[in-house]
Design a protein around this ligand. Sequence first.
Ligand SMILES: Cc1cc2nc3c(=O)[nH]c(=O)nc-3n(C[C@H](O)[C@H](O)[C@H](O)COP(=O)(O)OP(=O)(O)OC[C@H]3O[C@@H](n4cnc5c(N)ncnc54)[C@H](O)[C@@H]3O)c2cc1C
Length: 588
Amino acid sequence: MSWLAPLTQTELWTSADGCSAASIFTTLLMTVVAKGMREARAKAARTRDIVSGEFDFVVVGGGSAGCVVASRLSENPNWRVLLLEAGSEETELNIVPAFYNSYLRDPFFDWHYTTQRSGWDSGQFIPRGKGMGGCSAVNALHFTRGDRYDFDNWEKLGNKGWGYKDVLPFFKKSENMRDAAIAQDTQYHSTGGPQDTESDRFSDPNIERYLQAFQELGYTMTKDINGEQHLGLSKPPSSAAGGERRSTNRAFLPASVRARKNLVVQTQAFVRRVVVSSGRAVGVEYDGPEGVRTARATKEVIVSAGSYNSPQCCLCSQASLFMRSSQQPADDPRPDIQIAIGATHADSEPNPKCASDETAGTFFNQMHGIVNNLRPKSRGEIRLDPQNPYGAPLIFHRVFSIEDDLKPVIEGHQLLVKLDETSQVFKDNGIKLHVEVPDACASLTFNSDAFWRCAFQGLGKSNGHPTSSCSMGPDSDPLAVVNERLQVRGVANLRVVDASIMPEATTANTNAAAVMIGEKGAAHIAEDWTKPVDPTAAPTARPTARPTARPTAAPAPGTTSLPSSASTATAALFPALLWAAVALARNY
Ligand SMILES: Cc1cc2nc3c(=O)[nH]c(=O)nc-3n(C[C@H](O)[C@H](O)[C@H](O)COP(=O)(O)OP(=O)(O)OC[C@H]3O[C@@H](n4cnc5c(N)ncnc54)[C@H](O)[C@@H]3O)c2cc1C
């Protein structure tokens, strides 16, 4: 098992000296990948319609949430809906789960962001899906809703209508649970929704051994982590049908939906700014295939561009342990550690079983565990690049800037060492930990807190689950960007509907919750525009005083803070919405 380079799986397809069959397989895959990419680009170049004009709703970003919003709003034939996506159409490659590592660094599929150096973070590549489906088209497919207490906590923080009982119907509304045994539990699951979900169809034998090893230590299997019990060992369900990825683009915007006369989907359209007039969002300016154009929104602009402008793990074989660290308060039942277990290919010593095992999983001869802090207290920041405001935002994760955040991550790693030292399954199968000890840490006692602190230096990063950069909150919360109906404070007719509105990150992977937010956001919008107008009612988005300065660390050299008022920010450029603190769901 390798730890300290768990995030270098991109090498998976380029070295296969473990098994010769695997080498051939790899070569074939690379050929298919290259061909697929060429075809995808050619296809993208063909779809170049100009869209200028007037719509009821303009949705910015065709990602996990944006596709849901556009699909649901266009169910009403009287509403004209425009969806603008900066990237291209999804390709056939995206369907194959195991390919995801091969396109993560390709600018065709990915925004190619890097974090700014600060503290524990030495400046890391952070993947973010670009193109229809957004991150749901490139992610690791885990479809995990989160713990019921995550949502009850959102409500406790002042967000009426976002408790577990309120959000569960929206999780169910999307769902088409393909696993009949799980679908039977209609309290938590449903069938017939657009989003196919299924239990993992493929299991690498090594993953099974790993699960056994955790069970030897007393951890129990959770049958359905999206049901009654979230805590424990599990093989998370996938956003897939028959082993094929189902991004929200494929799920919510299939050809039958795209054929709606009232829906226009425009790709390769980078939205530069939301146009605000007299305190009201009236449209967007975007840079499309034919240059800069404006699209008017007579009702609302909905920003669903994700948490950076919105930013992994796994192959087709995966498992997770959701557990509580010793620092989790007794009255908070949520997990704060996730150990995501994946089988990978080592380019060093092959597992002796590799050549003899007859199962499909033998290509993977090494395992890794990525330890995530699910409840980080550290907060990051996003700023416009003053040299190029339309370019990549400046992303400061500030991972581990609060000391306590390290503890669960150290505890998780120490648990993995315990597995290595005690597990019978590991012994029986020749599984050994491989820990790369950085030179700087060699003098420290292996597995001590000090050792791990030293080993993590420079590795602090998110696992692709940034949230809360436009967080939802009550009037009393000075950092809240949107209210509980996801309306931006200070600008009427403008909402944010994506993972960025989470008041706090869920204690899970965040795609399922982004889909739920898309469903619930669309329902709020539909409700607000179909109910009888009460002329005496307060405006939908009441201008409120915004803090003039946010509590942030000093700007890095050569950077400036984003505009400090929400209205200035939204009027200037939509990424400026992302000025609030970024809570990172994953720290490492
Ligand atoms: C590598 C990776 C692996 C992950 N693995 C998992 C996993 O296994 N399970 C899980 O639950 N979660 C996972 N996640 C996280 C999860 O997929 C995201 O939290 C979720 O998809 C976010 O949804 P969103 O709608 O907020 O944003 P996104 O899906 O990022 O959508 C934003 C969209 O807006 C577009 N956009 C951005 N700026 C503009 C602009 N200016 N103009 C027009 N369009 C724009 C983007 O191109 C993108 O399509 C992973 C993420 C990554 C990157």
